[in-house]
Design a protein around this ligand. Structure first.
Ligand SMILES: Nc1ncnc2c1ncn2[C@@H]1O[C@H](COP(=O)(O)OP(=O)(O)OP(=O)(O)O)[C@@H](O)[C@H]1O
Length: 320
């Protein structure tokens, strides 16, 4: 297993609010795992915790992240830094805010090539130009001298992907990589991620609130609700036969462009509870059509069903 996240807990430094509460995730080499869920459920913080980039206000409260068999918590900071940006790369929703505005494009890429692949001088410059061409940035030689603010949002996302590729990572973490882009550019970036995956065989953890993106790119998906994983399954099973009522409700919210599908999207009733004041038991039970008395009393564990599907529900939707 390339990545094994076990019982990961994250809480806020002030107030002790549980942001992640026992997250379990596995990702095999070359696999694409999609992480979905409503806004604020902890998708980004899961990515940041894996990449060891938690914001200052949050701390680890338990659990482990093992990468290629090594517990990342047992490594010192230099070793963790070598992993991050070396074997683990990350791209973000808003690439422009993660790029240093005073660094030229060439300097940014050459720096990564020097740090992680030991290239310098002409070799680094030639490789940086090749990477820009590879991610579809035209006139790459001239654009090596540009600053990020001279690039569009889509070009800066391509630049971040080039930066990730510079390190030849085994795992790319992509946190909402297309959310801030217009639909045409979104499609181009998804094409690029698919191409890069096919060429390199790297594993990808992709976060999106857009189930269509996950259906297109992922082999498997994990559904998150209020800091917990409530379902994991191969994507076809997840979309065809969701077992957790929350997954089923999320899919019911999806708009469709199919003219034969007359069902309007059905919003999930009620609102997402505050992490500071969660209902006991299954946090979804007050909004759930399939709730039973036990659901408010105890936390259902993530239990295996058939064919690689797991669900954390006492009364799952029948999947047969
Ligand atoms: N620095 C921080 N200090 C305290 N709480 C934080 C901090 N950063 C995020 N949070 C809280 O952690 C929770 C999970 O946030 P996260 O960004 O992971 O959600 P998300 O599922 O990625 O949402 P979205 O789809 O809107 O990006 C939210 O309730 C958020 O308010």
């Amino acid at each position: 297993m390339l990545l094994q996240v076990s019982d990961l807990a994250i809480r806020s430094r002030s107030g002790g609010v549980r942001i992640l509460d026992g997250v379990d995730l596995q990702l095999g080499a070359g696999e694409v795992l999609g992480l979905v869920g409503e806004s604020g459920c902890g998708k980004s913080m899961t990515c940041y915790a894996i990449a060891d980039l938690l914001p200052a206000g949050l701390v680890r409260a338990g659990g482990s992240v093992r990468f290629d068999g090594v517990d990342m918590g047992s490594l010192d900071e230099p070793a963790r830094r070598r992993l991050r940006g070396g074997r683990i790369a990350m791209i973000f929703q808003d690439p422009t805010s993660h790029l240093n505005p005073v660094h030229r494009v060439g300097t940014y890429l050459e720096g990564a090539l020097k740090r992680h692949r030991g290239l310098s001088g002409t070799d680094a410059r030639m490789e940086a130009i090749r990477l820009l061409e590879r991610v579809g940035i035209s006139d790459a030689k001239r654009r090596m001298n540009a600053y990020p603010h001279e690039f569009s949002g889509g070009m800066n996302q391509r630049l971040m992907i080039a930066h990730a590729l510079a390190c030849e990572p085994d795992l790319l973490i992509a946190d909402e990589p297309t959310t801030a882009l217009d639909v045409t550019t979104q499609a181009q970036i998804l094409d690029l991620i698919e191409t890069v995956r096919a060429e390199t065989g790297m594993a990808i953890l992709i976060v999106s609130h857009d189930l269509g993106v996950i259906a297109r790119l992922a082999d498997r998906a994990a559904v998150m609700h209020c800091g917990r994983i409530v379902e994991t399954a191969p994507v076809e099973a997840l979309f065809d036969r969701p077992a957790h009522p929350y997954t089923s409700a999320l899919i019911g919210c999806m708009p469709t462009v199919d003219p034969d599908d007359c069902d309007p999207p059905r919003p999930i009733r009620g609102s997402v509870p505050s992490l500071a004041d969660l209902p006991g038991g299954c946090h979804f039970h007050p909004r759930c059509d399939r709730r039973m008395p036990a659901c408010g009393l105890a936390r259902p564990p993530l239990a295996a069903l058939a064919d690689g599907q797991s669900s954390a529900c006492f009364n799952p939707v029948p999947t047969w």
